[in-house]
Design a binder for this molecule. Structure first.
Ligand SMILES: Cc1cc2nc3c(=O)[nH]c(=O)nc-3n(C[C@H](O)[C@H](O)[C@H](O)COP(=O)(O)OP(=O)(O)OC[C@H]3O[C@@H](n4cnc5c(N)ncnc54)[C@H](O)[C@@H]3O)c2cc1C
Length: 312
């Protein structure tokens, strides 16, 4: 195994081995408040990286996948760590740690699919450091928070020195590691509408081992009224360059009488709405085959959670 421990070694492509050191020099800032952070981003944005929990960023810096000239540590911005109810929405600050989500009665009560995701995201040590904002901004197709937030039709609030803008989560990701964020923008908060009464939701993740990133994952939300499907949303992770909503399958289900047979037959369509690849975690073939199974299961669990009541 190659271990790169000398800063003089400069690979032409990124080093596939974790060096366990950060082999590049950078200037470090720890702003005391949001305003200071936004000013630093405005000045250094294109050459800077925000550091939140560091559980993605520091690994990438050790592997030289990213080599920022400036690192802006936002850990002191306690004003960005919150979960609060406000009328019909719940607001989650970008710096909220996964462990805070796990302990939140608000998340548990309104967003079962997100709560499912929290329980299978890494282990306690990582959940104690990692933030939900970092998970989204890292923009991995396997990000566990993305499919649940997509079925809840969440929005993200992006802040810069010039002001704020809201972007639907379904429009936030543009490719692996890429988002619509401008270099001078910071993810400030996530706004999730509370689901309509009678809506059930669930998230299922298939992994190689416990605590691994998803081979494939799916979140669903479902509302059945008078025996008919009134609302259905399906999102899949790790099966395309970005997490995706399966809108054609949703359309085919909407308005139909809810039966297990209809669900089993119709979810076959999700295979055509994803474009998985072979990689270290799985194969495109496996991902296509399993996508329909986990979507079916997640829809049935979503339904059951309304009938039997939800609480883990
Ligand atoms: C052992 C291990 C297991 C893991 N398991 C999982 C798993 O099961 N599921 C999963 O989804 N992920 C997993 N991860 C990945 C990682 O922990 C998560 O993606 C985590 O939520 C990242 O959050 P962070 O605060 O550590 O982000 P950081 O590493 O600090 O940042 C990640 C990226 O987002 C940017 N960024 C962070 N916050 C902001 C912001 N507010 N505004 C703008 N840009 C920002 C950073 O510049 C960086 O590019 C794992 C990581 C490790 C090391």
């Amino acid at each position: 195994m190659i271990v790169m421990a000398q800063t003089s070694i400069k690979p032409s492509r990124h080093n596939l081995y974790n060096t366990h050191i950060i082999p590049v020099s950078f200037e470090y800032f720890a702003p005391a408040n949001l305003q200071e952070a936004l000013e630093l981003l405005d000045k250094y944005g294109a050459d800077a990286k925000i550091l939140a929990g560091g559980t993605d960023l520091l690994v990438k810096m050790k592997m030289r996948v990213v080599e920022p000239k400036y690192v802006i540590n936002i850990k002191k911005l306690k004003e960005l760590a919150y979960i609060k109810e406000e009328g019909n929405v719940v607001r989650i600050g970008a710096l909220t740690k996964w462990r805070q989500l796990e302990k939140s009665d608000i998340i548990k009560k309104y967003f079962p699919a997100l709560y499912d995701a929290v329980l299978v995201m890494a282990g306690t040590q990582i959940r104690n450091m990692a933030t939900i904002g970092g998970n989204l901004c890292n923009a991995s197709p396997a990000a566990d928070s993305a499919p649940p937030l997509m079925v809840y039709e969440a929005k993200v609030v992006l802040a810069s020195k010039d002001g704020e803008r809201e972007v639907p989560i379904t429009e936030f990701f543009t490719g692996p590691g890429r988002t619509v964020m401008k270099p001078n923008e910071l993810l400030k908060e996530i706004v999730i509408p509370k689901p309509e009464e009678g809506t059930g939701s669930a998230f299922i993740k298939v992994t190689r081992t416990a605590m691994d990133l998803a081979k494939i994952s799916a979140a669903t939300a479902l509302k059945v009224e008078d025996g008919k499907i009134k609302l259905v949303r399906i999102a899949i992770g790790s099966a395309a360059p970005t997490p995706v909503r399966c809108r054609k399958t949703e359309e085919a289900l909407t308005g139909k009488p809810f039966t297990p047979e209809l669900i089993r037959e119709t979810v076959k369509m999700v295979q055509d709405e994803i474009s998985p690849i072979d990689d270290v975690r799985s194969t495109a073939f496996y991902r296509k085959e399993v996508s329909k199974v986990i979507v079916e299961d997640a829809l049935m669990i979503s339904h059951e959670r309304v009938i039997k009541g939800w609480f883990k």
